[in-house]
Design a protein. Structure first.
Length: 187
């Protein structure tokens, strides 16, 4: 059974087990655990380690899934203020506020730390790409000159995440600055 199957069930034992596993990972990451392993997670969650081995290929995959759940929310929409600048400013501030919350920052850092190789696909990036595409699409439909989705990701979203990963300050003024920078590219 994949973790996606467990996630799609609205309740019951699978949902409780998954919640316990996610909570255990969150606690371990929050405590700055030296080594997060399936046996350590299983013990903390009160489940058999085989439960973890069956659902995830490795600890990195589990950490990424938990980070994605912590860093994105299903159905999360982008702001629609009526202008590209307003949408990007509000969205950047929402993201900055969210990823700088201590438990979110820990998840993000744990996800990055668990990666050994370059990844082909990153669900957090995929979600942010979809959101950026929505902001750009709306701006173009309104007749505004807009940056590309790649420019929004590279010059607004990536700097926010980069600074959080390296524990550098991220505040509303920084979010405004990166938005002004990307808009200056297209004006």
């Amino acid at each position: 059974m994949s973790s996606q199957t467990a996630l799609s069930r609205p309740g019951g034992r699978n949902a409780r087990v998954l919640a316990a596993i996610y909570a255990a990972v969150g606690e371990l990451v929050g405590e700055g655990a030296e080594k997060v392993t399936f046996p350590v997670i299983a013990e903390r969650a009160g489940v058999n380690p085989t439960t973890l081995y069956r659902r995830w290929d490795d600890v990195g995959a589990l950490l990424e899934e938990v980070a994605v759940a912590a860093l994105t929310r299903e159905g999360e929409s982008t702001p629609d203020t009526g202008t590209l600048e307003g949408d990007l400013l509000e969205w950047a501030i929402v993201i900055a506020d969210d990823i700088t919350r201590p438990h979110r920052a820990r998840y993000l850092r744990a996800m990055v730390a668990s990666r050994q190789d370059v990844v082909v696909d990153c669900p957090v990036t995929d979600r942010r790409r979809e959101q950026a595409a929505e902001v750009v699409r709306r701006a173009v439909e309104r007749g505004e000159t807009a940056p590309t989705v790649a420019q929004v990701l590279d010059h607004v979203i990536a700097p926010l995440y980069y600074r959080v990963v390296f524990a550098l300050e991220v505040d509303h003024e920084y979010a405004r600055r990166v938005v002004r920078d990307v808009l200056a590219m297209v004006r």
